[in-house]
Design a protein around this ligand. Sequence first.
Ligand code: 3HC
Length: 314
Amino acid sequence: MINEELELQKFEQKIANGEKIEPKDWMPEKYRKQLIRMIAQHAHSEIVGMLPEGNWITRAPSLRRKMVLLAKVQDEGGHGLYLYSAAETLGADRKDLIEALLNGKMKYSNIFNYPTLSWADIGIIGWLVDGAAIVNQTMLAKCSYGPYSRAMIRICKEENFHKRQGYENVSVLAQGNAKQKQMVQDALNRWWWQTLMMFGPHDENSTNTVDLMRWKIKLETNDSLRQRFINLTIPQAYAIGLTIPDNDLKYNEKTQNWEIGKINFDELYNVINGNGPCNRIRIAERKKSYEEGNWVRIAAENYALKNKNNYGTK
Ligand code: 3HC
């Protein structure tokens, strides 16, 4: 019979010492559950995030843009599979996680519930959405759970390429003709606030942050990461002549922070609850691809079963 109190003390001491918790280590059930929730929803976001961008692969304006977009979308698929494997180290079953997504019991990022209306959206997603993901994921790369933090190190390297290609795409349009300038400004206007919502509700309304920070899964709060992203991104927009769609925006010389207007969190909750512009189409597409891929899963399982002796697994 293990002494839970003692184990919890040892666990919290490890975290206080900045040590990583590994799959075989003792951990509080709440720590395990929080990690499965966060990692699985992160994985769902990566896979669903392939859909809005994938929509433009056949319509990319040049072979180069097509190849870059293809590489990015493939990366996102790899990130999703990587993160499902990280969730499995906690005893989660991938099939259960995907079914929870498909039946609405698990979430994915709000940002993937908006339509990609023009080619400029693809540049804006790379620059803003992947830029926001990098701010969040560089924090997660230092989190206390070994497999998640290590997954983030590799994923962040690829996200940096995603952000650069997006910003280069947007810069070319912003220096282009009047129509291109208008197209990219229109895309920024449609994605700016929704990207800020990616960081979650304000800290005081964040139901998970206290737990997550206690055990160093999250090392910074939603608002602090959001502020970092805003401070990083606004100068980048100005550098290419774009306008941030926020009439209340002002720079505070004292704090050196850009102060923004009010975020409409009703929209975030509305989208999280399945009522965004594209929620239904995204889940329907995800369901269709999951069903169409069933034969691959069966073939792989049968192959593994048939050859299990060759793998030395009894
Ligand atoms: N989209 C969807 N749901 C969100 C959300 C968002 N932007 N922000 C918050 N929520 C949900 C939370 O999941 C939570 O619901 P739950 O308890 O049922 O899971 C609820 O709203 C309250 O929010 P909290 O602040 O309490 O939740 P967290 O502390 O978990 O913070 C988070 C939310 C910042 C998204 C955090 O979960 C996180 O950092 N997750 C890991 C990173 C991630 O998932 N990123 C998604 C984008 S991936 C991406 O962009 C891919 C790139 O390659 C393009």
